[in-house]
Structures are given as C-alpha cells and as structure tokens.
Ligand binder design. Sequence first.
Ligand SMILES: [Zn+2]
Length: 334
Amino acid sequence: MLIAQINGRSIAAVDAKKGVQYKCPGCQGELILKKGEFKISHFAHKNSMCQIFSEGETPEHLLGKKSILAAYQKAGYFGKLEEYIKSLQQRPDVLVRLRNEKAIALEFQCAPLNLTKLSERSQGYFQAGLKFCWILGQRYHLKKTLTQQTSQFMQWSQRLGFYLLYFDTTRERFELVYGIQQADFLPLRYFHFFTKNVSELKMFMQQDHQIDYYELTMEERFKQQKNFLRNCYYSAGEFRKIQELAYMSGIRLQDLTAILLKRKYQVPLFQKNEFYWRAKIVLKYNKGVIINQKANIMVLRGINEYLFQNPFIRKKQFVEQIIQDFQADLQLVK
Ligand SMILES: [Zn+2]
C-alpha cells in the first residue's frame, strides 16, 4: 500500500520516514515502511491479518496505481490513491472524479481474484453510487484462449463489442482489447488500442467501431479441422466424453463437424468449445427435440455449464442468438 495514517491524517509512502509508527487506514494495524533505492516506497502490515488491504503488493501493482492516477490527473481528473471508504470497508486503488461527474473507483488488478470477491466489490461501489472500472495487469494478458479468471472482467458495449482494459506499467500506457471473438478449435481474435492518454482512451471508447464477427478464412477452417482431428487422436477430457457418446450412438464424431462446427467467429462466451454443447444435444436428444418451446428451456439451462460466468454482461440476448443459430443449422439437416 502507498498511503498510511498517522495521527488521523494520510501520508504517502514517499513522504514517510523510517522509525515512525504508521497505521493502516482500514484495520488500524501497525505498518512497516519499505524504502530502498530500487524499490517503490510502500507500506506493509506487520501482521498480515488485515481484510481490507490484504492483497500482496507486487512492484507492478504499486507502480501501476501511481501511473494510473498520474494519467487521470493529466486529463484533468481529481484523484486519490487508496482512499478508504469506511461505509463500504473498501479501498479502491485509485478514486478519480472529473468536475461534477460521478466518482470512479479504479481497481488495478494484478493478483488473482475470485468471482465472488469481484462481484462483491463491484456491487459495493455500485451501491455507494460510484462508477467502477477494473484495469488489468500482466497476468491477465490474453493468450490463445480465454480463461474464467480473465473472462470475468469482460464488458460489452455496442461500439466496442466485448472488451477488456489493461495497464502496462513498463510502457506506461493503457491497452484496450476489444472486439474479442472466438471460434471452436482456433485462437481468439481481437483488436488493440494503445494510449497513454485518458482523454484519448475515453474518446476511442465512445466511437462506434462497428464490430463484426468474422467468417473463417479457408486457412482458418483448415486449421480448425486439423485441431479437431488432433483432438480425435488424443481423445481426452470433455472431447473424450463426447466421443464416447457418439460411439454409443453409432456415429462418427468427424461426421458431425460439417453441421456442428460454426464457420464464423462469435461472442466469446464459451468456456469450452461450442461444438461440445452442440454435439451433446444432437447425440442426446436426437435433433428434433430442441425445436419445441419446452425443450428450448431445457437447452437454455444446459448451456450455462458451457459458458463463462461474466458478472458485467447481460447474457440473455447472446444466448438466445446462439440457440437460434443452432436451430437454423439443425433445420438445414432435416
Ligand atoms: Zn489493515
């Protein structure tokens, strides 16, 4: 942490001196000042029982908080580090406000965070009438596939599609990853926007980027097929379960790919390949069942175990589209 209390007043670690007793603004526990030539000055708890300031602080986190605050200040925001909100027992990394607008709690998330905590904290800010924004650190950088850990921070807007916001402390800049889309057995696709400037970032986020979901190219379809066959060969995990189901129905899984593998990228909501969900339904319910209304509800419920949990996204419209697409593909077969 960068801010401590002494005699009821706040003090920044850079201004603090060794040998003085500083207290945690949250739990009032005793703090130690850590200062060194190669270290960012900060405080740490003497006993690590604190619930409010409990996260381990990496250099990335300490540096990021300061840089993010500085970037907002440059854009005319008034801001504070680690402002302890007593009524919430929460402490956003940075709290900023532009003139008379609502204050925004900025969380620079570098450590792992579970879904419950993420939801609780966001809910807290919301109830306190604050806007909030989760800015992600290194560990959340997108790889070939999404994980629940990263996906839970995802947001959606008409203009940007699905997006995540990062701060890169080495380059001192924001990184917006937007238009995120996925296809079965292929790496994710997305766009980047980099900037050091908060006003520029805001402007970019307000523009309509007309996000399209791409058709797979020939090359991608070839790669998808190759990866699918590799799965057939290695036969493990979820894939194996579907393979066994197919085997028992006397169907070769390969023969289902023509109908069940989508030829287009889509919303990045599937935790597992959509193919698994589709194949399971076809094999289990034998195509026709899901066409009627009642069965739709059953299918709707079943889909959830194939999707990520995204506290900031209203998924209903997307799920309905996914089901409609599936039904359309099945109609083609009939
Ligand atoms: Zn504390």
